[in-house]
Design a binder for this molecule. Sequence first.
Ligand code: C2E
Ligand code: CA
Ligand code: CA
Ligand code: CA
Length: 278
Amino acid sequence: EGRAAGERWCVFEPDMESRHLRKLQVTERLQSAISERQFSLLFQPQYDLQAQRVHSAEALIRWHDDVLGPIYPDEFIPLAESSGMITQITDWVFDESLAQLARWHRAGHSLGVSINLSARDILKDDFIDRVIARIDQGDVDPKWLMLEVTESAVVEELDHAVANLQRLYDAGVSLAIDDFGTGFSSLAQLKVLPVHELKIDKSFVLNLSMDLDDQKIVRSTIEMAHHLGLSVIAEGVENEASMQLLSSMHCNAIQGYFLSKPIASDDIMTWLSDFRMP
Ligand code: C2E
Ligand code: CA
Ligand code: CA
Ligand code: CA
């Protein structure tokens, strides 16, 4: 009996088994994390190369679970998506980001905020309704709001996604295609998506100063975006050489460790006051 059970277990790779267990654990803890609001946000500055100032900051979620410890968004966001919990998280991120935005503005900083949306959010009409309601109520001027959407997010139900993005666009919200270059049929989607900005994925930027192919890809992406009337931000800018190259390619904005890692909301105002381009 015990031996048969042992044999049964042997058909699984132990690694697969523990990965599966971990997924179950994380998904289970996620629901209580949502109801108990165990998340926090960090904000990573975005620097406008023309205006030579920090004009915005991207909200990046963090989760510290009492039992499992810190869990990073690359692990739990996909699980939140597949288990249908993502929009509850996005609602929280949205509320918290608007609260922080109001604090920055009260302190006299003219800083916008970028928020990451998932595929599910864009396809949820009531999520879009809530965002537009908050704008209509005057809770936020949409000129301070950038929503980052991944390309893969809109592939599945393209017409529905485009219609909902158009509603946000019409409400005055700026939209960016996140991780540009890594998704499917990027160019085809560019034609139909109502967006203002491309965000070049960090995989093209991290080694920019060393990799001539990356330089060609980034340079032509920026040119194409500008021809289409879109602005361009590059993420993953880790050193001065990358920044200089992007500047010479007329990239509009940069984000990355060279300027700052994501920082706590309380610290961002001090950081802004102290900031000088390295
Ligand atoms: P993303 O939207 O592409 O965010 C950029 C990621 O790159 C962040 O990782 C950021 O900390 C990291 N990063 C920034 N600058 C540099 C750099 O110079 N070098 C390197 N190597 N990395 C840099 P993070 O915070 O771990 O987030 C990972 C992903 O999780 C995000 O990728 C995004 O897809 C997702 N995510 C994070 N917060 C949220 C959220 O509130 N909602 C949703 N739906 N997704 C989120
Ligand atoms: Ca993003
Ligand atoms: Ca990215
Ligand atoms: Ca991403």
